[in-house]
Design a protein around this ligand. Structure first.
Ligand SMILES: [Zn+2]
Length: 472
């Protein structure tokens, strides 16, 4: 793989476009071949089904997955042996919620025991997680799980007014523009009518060039990390650049902050549709045009539980447990994914879908800072609200009594802006917190080009689960 990368790096940029296109054609076959059509037809037919019809379909899929795991997956063979889960039925989930939770650490320490047959299969598609927190993990998908997943992606795009056939610009963490000084930071995937934009080259100097490229390309939609799209939006707003219109923006992979959505929609005169999923392929949550986040019941079972394991009430934040229903290569049952969320109060959405709704995604436990005065503090985005002169910030914590703020100033940054931000942070973290500022040109992206607002390097004992739950 390394060798292929270095060959690619030496090609002229127009040839790199062809390589990206050839790879795009392969992806296209993988995504829209196989089980895509069958799953897509099912999704379309069941989209507006009643809650009971959806639950019946979900329970049938779940039982199939449990039967499969009990028969062929080493980790679950023993756990599911007594077959009590067979009592699971629509309206009565007690037999399912009695099953033990699968922790991420268990999967990490023995991934093979979660595979069908206890070993990998040459037909499967392997994927290494980036390991931004903890060590990387290897995951496996059946080829049909990937094509099924794209049926959900396509329905999500369609209800947002776009599809795979329209011109798309997409941010990617892939190293598509290698070398010291590439002359452009994007490549064309002509097979998918897509302009791929490199996340790693994005900084205050290159932003105008990205905007120029987007203006030339005229995408029907733009997809990618909210933090990357937000950088473009802020620049367009600051310099009153109104010529670039993008009607639909699809965000995923990071928590979308309110401020980001507002700026992106204002800058491009478009509408943002957020989506939540994970590389473990356990759930598909998507925003409809009424901005409600629906959980798709055929992709996975979503539970939200309190620290004592009871199902959370609407509005009550708890740990998200997921049971994926589309990938038989690596079943995970009641998997604690590490995110926290709350159910919405109402189960009716004007869009007509009877798919349960999420009120808020509180982000990952790793996205919290620790303060001796205030305990664990999450959702730091309001601290940036109203602070001018700052492009983006990252909060790094290495010791409990201090944080480091990596801050990218904009050209019109003034010293008052720093004081403003500092006082906002103090009001959340307490007066005793030491806050050190460090001004930088760019915030480094993690593997896959992902932006992290908080990097917590506190020792593990401060982060034990109970400690976390008590102080919140
Ligand atoms: Zn809806």
């Amino acid at each position: 793989m390394k060798q292929l990368d270095s060959i690619y790096a030496q090609l002229p940029e127009w040839l790199q476009d062809l390589v990206v296109t050839a790879q795009g054609a392969l992806y296209y076959r993988q995504r829209y071949g196989g089980a895509f059509r069958e799953e897509y037809a099912l999704l379309k037919a069941s989209e507006m089904s009643s809650p009971l019809q959806l639950e019946l379909l979900q329970v049938a899929r779940l039982k199939k997955m449990l039967t499969h795991a009990a028969a062929t997956v080493p980790y679950y063979q023993a756990l599911l042996r007594n077959q009590s889960w067979n009592n699971l039925r629509a309206g009565d989930w007690s037999a399912f919620s009695a099953l033990p939770v699968t922790e991420k650490a268990t999967l990490r320490s023995n991934p093979l025991s979660f595979l069908t047959g206890g070993k990998s299969n040459s037909r499967w598609i392997g994927w290494n997680t980036s390991g931004t927190t903890g060590s990387p993990m290897q995951l496996f998908y059946e080829p049909d799980a990937v094509s099924r997943q794209y049926a959900y992606v396509e329905r999500y795009r369609e209800q947002a007014g776009v599809s795979r056939f329209l011109r798309r610009a997409q941010f990617t963490g892939r190293m598509i523009a290698p070398g010291e000084h590439p002359s452009r930071f994007w490549r064309h995937d002509w097979a998918n009518r897509a302009l791929l934009l490199s996340t790693v080259h994005l900084n205050s100097e290159t932003i105008p060039r990205y905007l120029d490229a987007l203006e030339r390309f005229r995408p029907a939609y733009l997809s990618g990390y909210p933090s990357a799209i937000y950088l473009l939006a802020q620049h367009a707003l600051r310099y009153r650049r109104k010529s670039l219109r993008i009607p639909t923006i699809l965000t995923s992979a990071e928590t979308l902050l309110g401020e980001q959505r507002e700026s992106i929609e204002a800058a491009f005169c478009g509408k943002v549709f957020d989506q939540y999923g994970q590389t473990e392929m356990q759930s598909f949550w998507f925003q409809c045009r009424y901005r409600r986040m629906h959980t798709h019941p055929l992709f996975g079972v979503t539970e939200i539980v309190t620290p004592d394991g009871r199902p959370a009430r609407p509005g009550e934040v708890g740990d998200v447990l997921l049971t994926g229903l589309i990938n038989q290569a690596m079943p995970l049952i009641r998997y604690r994914v590490g995110d926290r969320a709350a159910w919405a109060d109402s189960d009716r959405c004007p869009c007509g879908r009877n798919m349960p709704m999420i009120e808020s995604i509180e982000g990952r436990r790793e996205d919290y800072l620790f303060s001796r005065q205030r305990g664990w503090v999450g959702r730091l985005d309001p601290a940036l609200k109203g602070v001018e002169g700052v492009v983006e910030c990252q909060f790094v914590q290495e010791v409990p009594e201090a944080i480091r703020v990596l801050c990218v100033p904009s050209p019109d940054f003034r010293p008052e802006d720093r004081l403003h931000l500092e006082s906002n942070l103090r009001s959340r973290l307490g007066s005793e917190m030491r806050i050190d500022f460090q001004f930088v040109d760019q915030i480094p992206r993690g593997a896959n080009g992902k932006f992290r607002a908080v990097v917590s390097r506190l020792p593990v004992q401060t982060e034990t689960r109970n400690d976390f739950e008590e102080v919140r």
